[in-house]
Ligand binder design. Structure first.
Ligand SMILES: [Ca+2]
Ligand SMILES: [Ca+2]
Ligand SMILES: [Ca+2]
Ligand SMILES: [Ca+2]
Length: 616
């Protein structure tokens, strides 16, 4: 059992004692209660729903009455212990009450059509003089959008957007009420008993057996005592994310990068330990986690800790068993290979294969990224190292092929990025800590964090998306030739990734609008600077692909102001697909007086989306 479990247990016992103490010490005065009876007149006209629906209402409690007319009936007014025609009706219980809802037959020729999701409440408006309108009935229409929808306007015999709106039905009238899905909804969901760390932008989100999980770790800037907390897993419930596991027996504390296994059976994590700008870096490990029912079976891959910046999985030696490569930016143990290679034994263990790469290919350290991919289309995977060196030169790509007879890798190709490096406005951790993150570039410019191979322009050849120096797309021309193209230099306003001080760390490939083009959604993070932004412009995170040419959403409604976010600033925000729509989720803290506690900030959008899968 870890310390984390024990503080959790102590907290639980403390809470139970507090409850027991409360019930044994307090003496409660009985609170008077009252009854509420409702009647529909006539009974066939409709019914009245009561909320809350309890037999006895405590004194001073609020009750809501909502009339629900049957077809061809309209609610008219309240009688008895209530008056007027307000709906829904809020009353305060100060005595027993009997309230009647009066319904009248709907005998006017008004047709209401609904577009989107919602209803229209009809109310007959009586003449203040008591006289009926001479030329028909005047009806007041109130659009009632379903949750997550909003009223967009009237069409037909009514126009505009006014609500409620009156219509004189002196002949047959046809009205359309248009509802539109809200551009976004913000949900703040508590994470109960989460370990006291900040959470990583590269947390693993996955869906399994209809349950949503996140495996997360620590990002810690300065505090060694909080630096090596174990990974934990949370599961999404309706109102809370619940901590399901604290993985104390797994020697990881952060998820610097991860890759989902291509058959969907698990994931691989590369970690370099907590992010410390001024302290000795603790280094960390490579692991593979495999799903087993609702649980995870962990396989330790690395023998020694290193500064693992990325991990790749795939079969490197064509024996049918998954292998692992870890990109490292320095190591304690003098393992100079770039990257570190581990061949799978097929039984959940791995064999370290150092010195199988030509030495010195990246002087000063290896790549920020590594990948296992069939680069030349000969059905055998190559090992790829991207970016690199402690001096962070322009992005370069190095490709090694496995030679089965020598059991070594040989250099196959070296591709230099001819695109000039962006000015490194953001290249220090201390700048990031101060929130001085460039609005136009990513962090440090050159050191890649994420890469993916997808056919972006649908010419049958997989292209590379590389996060380095902004987002760079490398279009595959065949014959191992790639043409790089920086996404923010397309002649359009695609350059400013972030509103104010958000920086990018990685991206996700998602089919926005389900039109069979893979699109790119960048992840933003603040690296622990939650107070440096005025809002988040979702449009600037989303790159919409049309056959290899990219553009952005246009509606300004996709800007989330700090007020809309409830003055909560996610440490990171990344895209997921939930129930067929694009969502953004990220960890944050909320402080409502009881001290800060961890929340998951979730932004639900109206953008249809699905994950983009391509077999490798
Ligand atoms: Ca293998
Ligand atoms: Ca190949
Ligand atoms: Ca292509
Ligand atoms: Ca698309």
């Amino acid at each position: 059992m870890s310390n984390n479990l024990s503080w959790f247990t102590k907290g639980l016992v403390g809470a139970l004692l507090a409850v027991l103490g409360f019930t044994s010490c307090e003496v409660e005065e009985p609170i008077p209660t009252y009854t509420l009876t409702t009647t529909s007149t006539p009974a066939e006209g409709g019914k009245i729903t009561i909320s809350p629906q309890v037999p006895n209402h405590p004194e001073g409690s609020q009750v809501t009455l909502t009339p629900e007319p049957n077809e061809n009936w309209v609610f008219k007014q309240w009688e008895g212990d209530a008056t007027g025609s307000t709906t829904p009706l809020q009353i305060t219980m100060t005595s027993n009450k009997a309230i009647t809802g009066v319904f009248v037959k709907r005998d006017y020729p008004l047709n209401i059509k609904i577009e989107g999701e919602g209803t229209v409440e009809e109310k007959i408006v009586t003449n203040p003089s008591g006289r009926e309108y001479p030329h028909g009935t005047t009806v007041e229409l109130t659009p009632k959008p379903k949750e997550g929808w909003e009223f967009e306007g009237w069409e037909g015999d009514l126009t505009g957007k006014e609500s409620p709106k009156r219509i004189l039905v002196d002949k047959q009238k046809n009205v359309t009420a248009k509802f539109e899905r809200k551009k976004f909804l913000i949900h703040t969901i508590k994470v109960e008993n989460a370990p006291k760390n900040m959470g990583s932008v590269h947390a693993i989100y996955y869906l399994r057996n209809n349950k949503e999980y996140i495996i997360d770790g620590s990002v810690n800037w300065n505090d060694p005592s909080n630096a090596t907390l174990p990974l934990f897993r949370i599961r999404r419930g309706e109102t809370q994310w619940v901590v399901e596991n604290i993985f104390s027996n797994v020697d990881l504390s952060d998820i610097r990068n991860h890759e989902m296994l291509k058959n969907g059976e698990g994931f691989a994590i590369g970690d370099h330990g907590p992010e410390w700008p001024n302290l000795p870096w603790p280094h960390s490990n490579l692991y593979v986690g495999k799903f087993s029912g609702d649980n995870i079976t962990w396989e330790k891959v690395s023998e020694n800790k290193s500064f693992y910046h990325d991990i790749a999985v795939g079969d490197l030696n064509s024996d049918g068993v998954l292998d692992v490569a870890g990109a490292h930016l320095g190591t304690r143990f003098g393992n100079p290979d770039d990257p570190h290679v581990y061949f799978g034994n097929g039984n959940g263990t791995y064999k370290e294969q150092l010195s199988v790469l030509p030495p010195g290919d990246f002087p000063g350290g290896c790549c920020g990224d590594t990948e296992i991919f069939d680069f030349d289309g000969d059905s055998k995977n190559e090992l790829i190292g991207i970016g690199g060196g402690t001096s962070y030169p322009n992005t370069s790509i190095k490709i090694w092929k496995f030679n089965a007879s020598t059991q070594n890798f040989q250099q196959s190709k070296y591709i230099s990025n001819p695109i000039p490096t962006l000015a490194p406005q953001t290249g220090s951790y201390s700048n990031l800590q101060k929130g001085n993150v460039s609005p136009t570039g990513g962090f440090t410019g050159n050191m890649p964090t994420n890469k993916r191979f997808y056919d972006l322009n649908k010419d049958g050849k997989k292209d590379m998306i590389l996060e380095s120096d902004g987002l760079t797309l490398w279009y595959n021309q065949g014959n191992e030739t790639f043409t790089p193209f920086r996404l923010n230099e397309q002649g359009k306003d695609l350059g400013a990734y972030f509103e104010n001080y958000y920086a990018m760390s990685g991206f996700d490939v998602i089919d926005i609008e389900n039109d069979n083009d893979p699109d790119i959604v960048t992840r933003i993070f603040t690296f622990g600077n939650p107070n440096t932004t005025t809002g988040i412009d979702l449009r600037k995170l989303i790159y919409i692909n049309d056959q290899g040419s990219f553009d952005r959403l246009t509606s300004t409604d996709y800007f989330l102001s700090n007020a809309q976010l409830g003055q909560q600033y996610p440490n990171a925000l990344r895209a997921i697909v939930r129930n067929g729509y694009l969502w953004f989720i990220g960890p944050s803290f909320k402080n409502d007086g009881a001290g800060p506690y961890r929340i998951m900030l979730e932004v639900q959008t109206d953008i249809p989306a699905s994950y983009w899968y391509e077999s490798q």
